[in-house]
Ligand binder design. Structure first.
Ligand SMILES: [Fe+2]
Ligand SMILES: [Fe+2]
Length: 184
């Protein structure tokens, strides 16, 4: 599997999570009780799989490699992607704050969860579309096979250090379980 394919597969897992989260917020909007445990699992996925793993691969490996070929960071697509990662983190923080509030019965917490989940879903869906169709296409054009192989080793190190052994599989099993609850 090429590293671009690996990143695209991770995008599919992120999009699936967004669809699950959307179902949870739909239940919340109609005043149904929700499983906090499921939101905790999703928050863990967003913090570890998405941010520590996927975004690290892009920020620490892919984007610098693209910059090294002469694609500027400032004012171009890389800067735009980095900015969206920052925005995404703030929505995840908001979502976490909403979940923490919901746990202790805070009034505004349902709204906080719904708003941040919607903003995050919208942002990441368009972010992924831009990466898949613009940035990754550019990467495949400018990066040599040798460079890609080097990057694969760096990706594996990020998996080991940032995520830990077996964690990737655990996340996929968790998503599979949540999918069968919310999307069937
Ligand atoms: Fe990204
Ligand atoms: Fe991405």
């Amino acid at each position: 599997m090429t590293i671009i394919k690996e990143l695209k597969n991770e995008h599919e897992a992120i999009l699936l999570t967004i669809r699950i989260l959307d179902q949870i917020t739909t239940r919340l909007k109609s005043d149904q009780t929700i499983e906090l445990d499921h939101l905790d699992q999703i928050l863990d996925f967003l913090a570890v799989f998405v941010d520590k793993c996927h975004h690290s691969k892009e920020e620490k490996v892919l984007f610098p490699a693209m910059e090294a070929t002469g694609i500027p960071r400032e004012g171009g697509p890389i800067a735009a992607m980095l900015y969206e990662h920052v925005q995404g983190r703030s929505f995840v923080q908001g979502l976490k704050s909403g979940v923490d509030g919901y746990r202790v019965g805070k009034d505004s917490s349902a709204t906080e969860i719904i708003e941040n989940a919607q903003k995050y879903g919208k942002l990441l869906t368009s972010h992924i579309d831009k990466e898949n169709n613009v940035l990754y296409v550019m990467a495949e054009r400018v990066l040599s096979a040798e460079k890609m192989a080097e990057m694969e080793a760096a990706f594996n190190r990020i998996e080991e250090i940032e995520v830990g052994p077996n964690k990737h599989e655990e996340f996929h099993a968790m998503l599979h379980a949540l999918k069968s609850i919310y999307l069937n």
